[in-house]
Design a binder for this molecule. Structure first.
Ligand SMILES: Cc1ncc(COP(=O)(O)O)c(C=O)c1O
Ligand SMILES: N[C@@H](CCCC[NH3+])C(=O)O
Length: 466
């Protein structure tokens, strides 16, 4: 999703009313570049493959729907951030997708892990992630979560309210510990993304406002507390962001806050985290920056701002989630029904129902996000028709892919694949309509590993103890 998607300009031509960014494909079988993980291709029969394994075979083995995660691709994306951001700490944002295997892989590639609940913390700890390399976020962390984090020796707790500073201080006293804390600030940046996933404007729940003075007060309170070790400032401006200007403004404002704080508390804070939020490609419209481009842009702005302020450059960190997990995974579905629906002007839209839906990918319904899809089980010689991929749920808004051109002969039994679902799909999945959540299958060198098993109706019934 980017700004032009949100604007939703529609183009009506012979193919029907489709968004301006969506072109009628020359070859409806071709994979769009930039949307798939690096080991995905189509074979001579037009069957989608991942590390050489065909999805027809995989569907036989693991069933559908399923998320198929390209392990080497995820590791490579993690490494690309670590090497591009040389000298910085890179924390993988577990909220985008977390299981013990992924926590282990990113640790092995030299990243820390950012968690934002006791549940995510438990996964990272079970995976054996060094607690010193874990950061804990959250605007309403419970006492139990804070206690667990302190006792585990979590490397940094990012505080988000005065209530929490008080709570954490008391706990630290009781436990005789000195947790390392960062203060999450809102920089006032209006990030160019969906309202629900922008987090640096003033009128929302996260962080302490720089403009309103709360950020400075929070820094002072943490610094003055004998049992809190204030290490720095944290800013996260939002998610799925393409334009670098928001990060630049955030970097400037946080560094100015740091300089101001230095005058008051007599200490130049050693660390600064600029959060995550780096956009990825969901459709042909999106062109994300590389980690190298992001690192260059952020490093330049930090250096010039520190020079202008006469300040030392702090130890820096970032927290990418989507940019590491998102492109690594595609969802594999089985088509169940196909229904042409007449539209105004004599056009037709093909409603293609698959065996998943908004319970395994809520992003289309929640943010109006755009996705792409391809017929995965065969090559088709049929012409492309404007289609909408929908799920099994009892909800008109249960749309997975709002607009896509699919071959007109798509039929029940075909496999359909949706790329770039590695972030915020399984992690935001639900059991709406008592639909069990799909498994996450890791694929490496042709081998399949179940990372998260398929949920069953029995799993759901087990919770129903009334
Ligand atoms: C504090 C924090 N850090 C990191 C992230 C990761 O964001 P993204 O997955 O867009 O990189 C988020 C989510 O928006 C966040 O809230
Ligand atoms: N869940 C959002 C991103 C929010 C990230 C968490 N702060 C998405 O799917 O795009």
């Amino acid at each position: 999703m980017n700004a032009s998607h949100i604007a939703g300009a529609i183009h009506a031509d012979a193919a029907g009313p489709h968004p301006r960014w969506l072109d009628v494909p020359e070859d409806v079988n071709a994979l769009l570049p930039g949307l798939w993980s690096r080991h995905v291709a189509k074979d001579g029969q037009g069957v989608l493959t991942i590390t050489g394994r065909s999805v027809t075979e995989i569907a036989e083995e693991v069933g559908t729907p399923a998320y198929l995660l390209d392990e080497d691709d995820l590791r490579a994306r993690a490494t690309a951030f670590r090497t591009a951001f040389d000298g910085w700490d890179v924390y993988y944002a577990g909220k985008s997708f977390l299981c013990t295997a992924v926590a282990r892989w990113v640790s092995e590639e030299g990243l820390g892990v950012d968690v934002c609940t006791g549940g995510e913390l438990a996964v990272a700890l079970r995976a054996g992630v060094d607690p010193a390399r874990i950061g804990l976020h959250g605007n309403n962390k419970s006492v139990v979560e804070l206690r667990t984090a302190i006792e585990a020796g979590v490397g940094r707790i990012i505080v988000d309210s005065f209530d929490e500073i008080g709570r954490l201080g008391e706990l630290a006293e009781q436990l005789g510990a000195t947790p390392r804390v960062m203060v999450r600030v809102t920089t006032g940046v209006e990030a160019h993304t969906h309202e629900y996933i922008a987090t640096a404007h003033e009128d929302q729940k996260f962080g302490f406002s720089i403009a309103g003075g709360a950020a400075l007060r929070a820094l002072r309170e943490c610094h003055d507390h004998p049992r809190l070790e204030l290490i720095g400032i944290h800013s996260h401006i939002g998610s799925q962001i393409f334009e670098p200007d928001g990060f630049e403004v955030a970097a400037r404002r946080t560094l100015r806050l740091r300089a101001e704080a230095a005058k008051i508390i007599g200490l130049e804070l050693p660390e600064l985290d600029l959060g995550g939020g780096f956009g990825i490609a969901y459709t042909s419209e999106d062109s994300p920056a590389t980690p190298g481009q992001l690192a260059d842009a952020l490093t330049k702005i930090i250096q010039s701002e520190c020079e202008a302020l006469g300040a030392t450059v702090p130890h820096l960190s970032i927290e990418p989630g989507r940019a590491i997990s998102g492109p690594t995974t595609f969802a594999l579905y089985r088509v169940g029904t196909v229904k042409p629906v007449e539209l105004d002007g004599g056009h037709t839209r093909l409603y293609v129902s698959i065996d998943g839906g908004m319970s395994d990918n809520i992003r289309t319904a929640l943010y109006g996000a755009d996705y792409s899809a391809t017929l995965a089980s065969r090559r088709s010689g049929a012409e492309p028709v404007l289609s909408r991929v929908v799920g099994v749920h009892c909800e008109g808004g249960d749309i997975l892919v709002r607009d896509e051109f699919l071959p007109s002969d798509i039929a029940p039994g075909d496999l359909l694949a949706v790329p770039a679902v590695g972030a915020y799909c399984r992690s935001m999945a639900s059991n709406y309509n008592h639909v069990p959540r799909p498994p996450v299958i890791g694929v490496r060198d042709g081998r399949l590993t179940t990372l998260v098993r398929r949920e069953t109706i029995e799993d759901l019934l087990r919770l129903d103890v009334g």
